[in-house]
Design a protein around this ligand. Sequence first.
Ligand SMILES: C[S@@+](CC[C@H](N)C(=O)[O-])C[C@H]1O[C@@H](n2cnc3c(N)ncnc32)[C@H](O)[C@@H]1O
Length: 464
Amino acid sequence: MLTKELIRELKQTNLSELYSLIRERQNSKDLVFVLENLGFLPKDFDVSVITPLLYHPNNTVRLLAVKNLGKLARPEHIPEIFEKAKHDDDSIVRREAVSSIGRMRSKENISFLTKLLYDQDPKVVVQAIRGLLVFKEDEEVRERLRFLIAHPNEMVQSAIRREFFSDKNGDNSNQSHPISPDFMKNLVVCGDVREILKTVPDQSVHLTFTSPPYYNARDYSLYESYNTYLDFLMEVFNGVHRVTKEGRFLIVNTSPIIIPRISRSHSSKRYPIPFDLHARLVQSGWEFIDDIVWLKPETTVKNRIGGFMQHKKPLGYKPNSVTEYVMVYRKQTEKLLDWNMRSYDEKTIQESRVSGNYETTNVWKIDPTFDKVHSAVFPAELCRRVVQYYSYKGDLVFDPFAGSGTVGRVAKSLGRCFFLTEKDESYFEYMKSKAQKNSSPMFDEKQTKFFSLNEFIDSTKQEK
Ligand SMILES: C[S@@+](CC[C@H](N)C(=O)[O-])C[C@H]1O[C@@H](n2cnc3c(N)ncnc32)[C@H](O)[C@@H]1O
């Protein structure tokens, strides 16, 4: 029977039997097993048992043949491995061939790897970039790679920037990553967020979680056209991008909305806000991370299916919308999430660990919350999850469209600080009244400040 132990033993004591074992195996499954378990190969290993397998019909056999040949790191095999990298039918085999050449870390292979930088398959190009990483300090290699900065593929661009031409000015704030400006902590500002953002310093917030005004669906949100509305949102989210720390998150809750028909002779119109906004956000430097679906009980949403239930006529089907989107984006960076995590001290990391139950899927079942003053408040549970999963203790959490201030209240209760902006004076006063009544943990803290736009601008001047 074919076992790992047998392969190991033959490798040590009887190489010729191991060769026959490989040569005689016709069955791909057995061949894969042997090739996978060959491990370290002795210097005098006879490659003639492996090279025919480079042309085996099974992709995995070919991949493992390339890998084993690469392990021997013999210069005479490079042209053959290079041929595999260029012409194998399977892209995974091609990548493995590039990776095998790279792993040899030999200066003689630079010319092979640089030829592969012109490959059609971006994954092959990325693998070649990685293979050249050991020659990072070699000016000639850098020059040969430079043209890739303008490569049309985003994976290639990201790899070349991260590995060779990283933007040293990426994180240009003077502050260390976990620190945010004191004057913005636990502050509510009344005014148009676009004006307020103009005086907020670069890279000062760690997380933004918000639910923007819905296009012309409520009185507080009237716009000339849908495009004007999307432009307005992008003006805000571009500002948020500037004030967000490197590699941190923007989480936006929206859903398609419906503008009801004005009479029986008109039809209602549905606007797919999350989808239209998504394309714009991604173009503006926000990297898409996740689409979380907030699922509400059917009894809590508007009944749209009623008409269809009566007539049952095809085309007239209108399902009840029980979902909203919680779209997760990260400020684009070459840095890995690890970089963000490592910027916190051990105590903060330990204290911020998510304990107890946590959601394991991207469908979050949460009941909506209704408020007597504000018509579209976040459920505290939704905020709790977002704040816990996407920020660390002590971080500054921003909601540009604060409404009744749920994000701030929850952030505070989880040991984070908040920065809120709200245009509507009545909602601003509502938040203030909560502070006066001492009815909410967010606002009963002495250090919570409520500023007008001018007061805020003055406070930023004092900081400078
Ligand atoms: C959907 S509500 C947010 C509700 C909030 N999530 C809560 O839990 O109460 C959107 C809010 O954005 C505010 N708003 C609209 N335009 C704004 C602007 N230009 N600047 C600041 N706030 C604005 C509206 O007044 C409204 O309160």
